[in-house]
Every structure is written in structure tokens, then in C-alpha cells.
Design a protein around this ligand. Structure first.
Ligand code: COA
Length: 350
């Protein structure tokens, strides 16, 4: 048995909710998946699980509100009660709070759950002479489990473009340097810097280990544009799926450098690298209606042809604190009946 405690991961969620079900912690008015997602999305909360050889055997949700610490979803595997797991997972929560300078923790026990009071008393959590009041807000937006539909347009380029490569804007010295590989910290900074206004969140959901695996793959090329030595944007070429489906997976500038002539230069340069740095039969890119309004047109000007549009559902960006941007009109063409959500484009969009 190798018991350890760590923050919950995506692949623990189902087992954790099942543990809560077996422990009688699920109630109709709380959605456990949403509760987990919400806690994971903020810096001042954590869901900690006890992992015993890959099995979730204990859990606690801990957080603070800038004053007191709060504890929820304390649970241990019913088959493993009385072995110190409850005490151990609570110690993890207590340490989590202490490390953040929180001097006192509080928790609520349902009146129907009288049995558990002995546990908390046994581990030093005393009953307080307080009356708890609560108010449920009926008009809170459904942040958390809510998802957002986006219209995603995929564009492709089947041969190397013959157009002249756009020059770098004159003035400040410009350099395009491959980050080979970038550190996770630098990559997150770049990804958030470029993508935050356009609600890029896919990679925010990855753990550091998952992200490191993706960006350090030799088939993934990340080219960072430097203007006067300052990172100004990047293009990421993903060759992991072979020469027939090379993807310009990410492309963009940080807000300070938009509208200064660097976009066209960077796009042409990265497209040229995609075609010249290895075998390439088809280069494709996708953009959605949350991206910069000129992204679609920019890709077309650079020589990409739209070939597919589909509605995709993404996790609510508000979970990571990003407001929902205004939806742009996406230029959906006709539905050819292939599927309810996929549209094959008869001609390039303009
Ligand atoms: C409450 C719970 C987490 C305790 O887990 P556990 O793994 O049995 O706890 P531990 O073995 O670490 O017990 C720690 C101490 O509490 C004592 N204890 C545990 N349950 C107790 C109970 N119901 N009454 C009195 N004492 C209890 C143990 O005897 C032990 O005391 P010790 O340190 O003096 O030996 C577990 O029973 C559970 O998951 N219950 C269902 C979910 C629940 O009600 N959660 C709380 C919501 S507020």
C-alpha cells in the first residue's frame, strides 16, 4: 500500500464522486462535478484526494475566503474506516490552510449526520456556539458545469504557397526563435498572453506534466517572435499526426503587438517553416468565433482554404476567470446534411 495525498486530477473525478456517493455526501442541490470544477478553478481552494495505489480512498475540499478556512466533502472509503485515513486527510487540509496563513478552519455538519461529530471532536475540531445562516442565490449564473458552443472553422493548405513572404516591419529588430522546448512556465505565460483575450483555455486545463509532454515532443515546433528582444507572439506547428495532417495548432500575438504589422509576417514565416522544415502534404489550422475577428480572413489571405465548420463545445472559460467575449459572426455557410453540426463549405469564405 502506497498511500499519498495530492490535488485531484481529471482522471480522479469520477472515482471521487463515487466515493462521495458511497459516503452519503451527495445531495440533490449540489452538483459534485461542478463543485469539483469550481474549486479547481480558483487559487484559494483545492480538492485533495488520498491515493492508494491509484485508488481514491479519501477526499477533502479545502479553501479559504481571505479570513477563515473552510472544509467540505470529507470522506474516507467505507471499507477503510477507523484506520486513520480521516485524520490524515484532515491533516492535509489543515496544513494546506496553515501554509497560506489561515489561522482557523471551520466546517459544517448536517444535523442528520450526528455520527460524524465524534470524529471531528476526536481530531480536535470543537463545536462552536454559533448559529449558521445561509442564503442560496437563485440568480447566480451557471458558471462551472456550463459549457459554451463555438463555431470552429478548419482551413487547409495543400501546397506550399507561392506568395512572397511578408517582411518583418521595419524599425525594431525582430527575431523568430524556436523554443526547443519551452519551459512549462514560459509556455503558460506565452499561451495566456496571446490567448486570454480570445478565451484560449484548452491548455489551461492540462497539468504541468501533461503540458510538458505536449510541448517537449520533438514533433511539436514552437516558434516565438521576439520584437526588440521581447516575446511578442508565437506559432506552434504540430507534426505528431504525420505529414498528411500537420497542424498550425496555435498562432497569435500578445495584445501589445496586434495591429503593428507583425501578424502577417509571423504567419507567413511559420507557414514557410511548416513547409520547409519537414515533409508536409497538408497544413491545416482552425479558428473559432471567439478568436480575433480578423483571424479567419488572415488565414485565408495567407493561403488557407476553409474546408469544414463545426460547432464545438468547450468548458466554461469563466471557470478560469475569463469573461465570455462577445460572439463574433462566423460566416457559417450551408449545412449539407452530413450531420447536425458539421458544415462543409462549398467555397472559401471571404
Ligand atoms: C468521518 C470519516 C471521514 C472518518 O473517517 P475514518 O477514516 O474512519 O477516520 P479515522 O480512522 O482517521 O479516525 C480518526 C479518529 O476519529 C475517531 N472517529 C472516527 N469516526 C468516529 C465517529 N463516528 N465517532 C467517534 N469517533 C470517531 C476515530 O476513532 C479516531 O480516533 P483516534 O485518533 O482517537 O483513534 C468517515 O467516517 C466518513 O467518510 N464518513 C462519511 C462522510 C461524512 O460524513 N463526512 C463528513 C461530512 S461533514
Amino acid at each position: 500500500m502506497t498511500l499519498g495525498f495530492r490535488p485531484i486530477r481529471d482522471d480522479d473525478v469520477a472515482a471521487t464522486v463515487e466515493l462521495w456517493r458511497r459516503c452519503g455526501l451527495l445531495v440533490a442541490w449540489n452538483d459534485p462535478q461542478r463543485d469539483i470544477a469550481f474549486a479547481r478553478s480558483v487559487a484559494n481552494a483545492e480538492v485533495i484526494v488520498g491515493d492508494d495505489d491509484g485508488q481514491v480512498v479519501a477526499s477533502v475540499m479545502v479553501g479559504h475566503d481571505g479570513h477563515r478556512g473552510w472544509i467540505y466533502y470529507v470522506a474516507t472509503d467505507p471499507e477503510r474506516r477507523g484506520q486513520g485515513l480521516g485524520k490524515a486527510v484532515m491533516a492535509e487540509a489543515e496544513n494546506w490552510l496553515k501554509r497560506r496563513g489561515v489561522p482557523k478552519g471551520e466546517l459544517l455538519i448536517r444535523r442528520t449526520n450526528t455520527a460524524v461529530q465524534g470524529f471531528y471532536l476526536a481530531i480536535g475540531w470543537t463545536e462552536e456556539p454559533v448559529v449558521v445562516h445561509a442564503k442560496r442565490f437563485e440568480d447566480t449564473p451557471a458558471i462551472g458545469l456550463a459549457t459554451v458552443d463555438t463555431v470552429v472553422t478548419a482551413l487547409e493548405m495543400l501546397e506550399r504557397p507561392t506568395r512572397p513572404t511578408a517582411p518583418a516591419p521595419a524599425g525594431t529588430p525582430t527575431a523568430l526563435i524556436r523554443a526547443n522546448p519551452p519551459t512549462v512556465r514560459f509556455y503558460r505565460w506565452l499561451y495566456d498572453g496571446v490567448g486570454t483575450p480570445w478565451t484560449w483555455t484548452a491548455r489551461r486545463w492540462l497539468s504541468d506534466a501533461e503540458l510538458a509532454e505536449a510541448i517537449s515532443d520533438p514533433a511539436v515546433e514552437i516558434y516565438v517572435l521576439h520584437v526588440g528582444g521581447v516575446p511578442a507572439g508565437y506559432g506552434e506547428i504540430d507534426r505528431r499526426h504525420g505529414a498528411d495532417a500537420i497542424e498550425l495548432a496555435y498562432f497569435g500575438l500578445t495584445p501589445e503587438f496586434i495591429g503593428r504589422g507583425y501578424g502577417r509576417y509571423l504567419l507567413d514565416a511559420v507557414v514557410d517553416l511548416a513547409w520547409s522544415a519537414g515533409p508536409c502534404a497538408r497544413l491545416w489550422v482552425h479558428t473559432c468565433d471567439l478568436d480575433h475577428p480578423r483571424a479567419l480572413g488572415g488565414y485565408q489571405k495567407a493561403g488557407f482554404q476553409p474546408f469544414r465548420q463545426a460547432v464545438e463545445t468547450i468548458r466554461d472559460p469563466r471557470l478560469v476567470g475569463l469573461p465570455l467575449p462577445e460572439r463574433r459572426t462566423s460566416g457559417v455557410a450551408r449545412d449539407d446534411g452530413d450531420s447536425a453540426t458539421v458544415t462543409t463549405l462549398p467555397r472559401p469564405l471571404s
